[in-house]
Design a protein around this ligand. Structure first.
Ligand code: FAD
Ligand code: EPU
Length: 339
């Protein structure tokens, strides 16, 4: 199925719920539709392109003059299995949490800690989504898509995707160029649970057996207790990444702020909690008009109703400046600002 529009509102296509109009919009459900579209139209030539999933990591601050492509491809297919593992090929348009629910239901492990993350499967492979001690890069086997620059379809093995914390080749060299159509995941039939994040182990044990279903339940209850539901209050999850800084610099900060949360990172580096840094600057629960900072998680900027993308963006810049002034540290946006 194809949907093709001009001057189309994106309000329902971004979880901040802000309004913006795109000049062109093209949504398709089969990879073949895309090839036909590219061959028969000129809308995509010499225009800015944005590949869209569910819009749960985007902030539109202006109308978009280019073409939005939404590869809304369905389907979960078992491609192979052996005694220990199962391989699933999943369409880019499958809702991420539907895949987690399906996997947990079938007792296949590896993605249960990533329960309830909004968005689609295609974007999960772009973002290297992570939560509660898990990152999706560890279960991705390969990513298939269509390269607009070479006009060819090909598959990248996980090792070619250059995954790192909230980073991948699709956010850099391949950005707005490689339209992911499907992702192959390798899941475990006898998973080793990852329970070392905060109270995850203790809270799961309270439910009785420590199994995939109870881990999923616990993660969902954690998330519901601190993250706003985008259907109720517009947001895009963490607005900034957690900064990864040199350990020597982190150690100096810890001498001043002894309660500052910090986590292991690649050799010689330490990860800090951006939410804590922002709260220390006094922003938690702040509201100006309809743009604000969530009162349970300072890393999440919210739209109380009618905030514009620009108002949310301006607030984010003020936050960034104050963290820089207080801690001498540059926060990097996690959310993609468009326009
Ligand atoms: P979009 O926002 O539509 O797009 C995100 C990026 O991916 C854009 O650059 C887009 O161009 C690109 N893209 C999308 N689809 C494709 C494709 N098929 N091919 C190529 N490029 C594509 N993230 C986490 O990692 N961990 C969390 O715990 C987490 N919690 C969240 C909680 C809330 C309440 C919200 C609102 C968001 C949260 N997020 C979290 C962020 C967000 O859910 C993820 O980044 C998600 O993967 C985005 O998916 P999407 O389909 O909405 O992508
Ligand atoms: N903290 C504060 N004040 C706040 C928020 C957090 O002091 O307002 C402190 C907490 O007390 C804790 C630490 O910061 O000591 C970390 O907080 P939390 O466990 O809530 O996680 P986070 O680092 O803020 C990250 C991800 C989330 C993911 C959670 C759980 C990033 C940018 N964010 O948040 O991902 O769900 O861990 O693993 O890495 C997202 O990417 O959109 C997202 C929500």
């Amino acid at each position: 199925m194809i949907r093709s529009y001009t001057d189309y509102s994106l309000r329902k296509h971004n979880t901040f719920g802000t309004n913006a109009i795109t000049r062109y919009y093209f949504e398709f459900t089969e990879a073949e539709d895309l090839k036909g579209y590219l061959e028969t139209t000129n809308e995509w030539r010499n225009r800015e392109i944005l590949i869209l999933g569910e819009g749960s990591n985007l902030l539109f601050i202006n109308d978009f003059q280019g073409l939005i492509i939404n590869p809304n491809i369905p389907g979960i297919k078992i491609t192979y299995e052996d005694r220990n593992n199962i391989w699933l090929e999943v369409g880019a348009g499958v809702k991420w949490d539907d895949l987690v629910e399906y996997s947990v239901f079938n007792c296949w492990g590896g993605i249960e800690n990533l329960s309830l993350i909004p968005g689609k499967v295609g974007a999960a492979a772009v973002q290297n989504i992570g939560a509660y001690g898990m990152e999706i890069q560890n279960q991705i086997e390969s990513v298939t898509g269509f390269d607009l620059e070479t006009q060819t379809e090909y598959t990248l093995e996980a090792s070619e995707c250059l995954y790192a914390y909230r980073d991948s080749i699709f956010k850099n060299q391949m950005k707005d160029r490689f339209i992911i159509t499907s992702v192959v995941f390798k899941l475990d039939k006898f998973p080793e649970f990852i329970l070392n994040y905060g109270d995850l182990k203790a809270e799961t044990e309270k439910l009785g057996a420590v199994n995939l279903r109870n881990i999923r339940k616990t993660v969902i209850s954690f998330r519901e207790s601190k993250l706003p539901d985008p259907k109720v209050m517009g947001n895009a999850g963490s607005f900034f990444k957690n900064p990864i800084i040199e350990t020597s610099v982190a150690e100096q900060l810890i001498t001043v702020y002894s309660n500052m949360p910090h986590y292991p990172a690649p050799e010689g580096y330490t990860k800090l909690a951006a939410g804590w840094l922002i709260e220390q600057c006094g922003w938690k629960g702040f509201r100006r008009g309809d743009a604000g900072v969530h009162d349970k998680q300072a890393l999440v900027l919210v739209n109380y109703g009618n905030a514009t993308g620009k108002e949310i963006f301006n607030l984010s810049e003020e936050i960034k400046k104050s963290v820089h002034d207080k801690f001498g540290m540059e926060l990097e946006r996690e959310v993609n600002v468009i326009g």
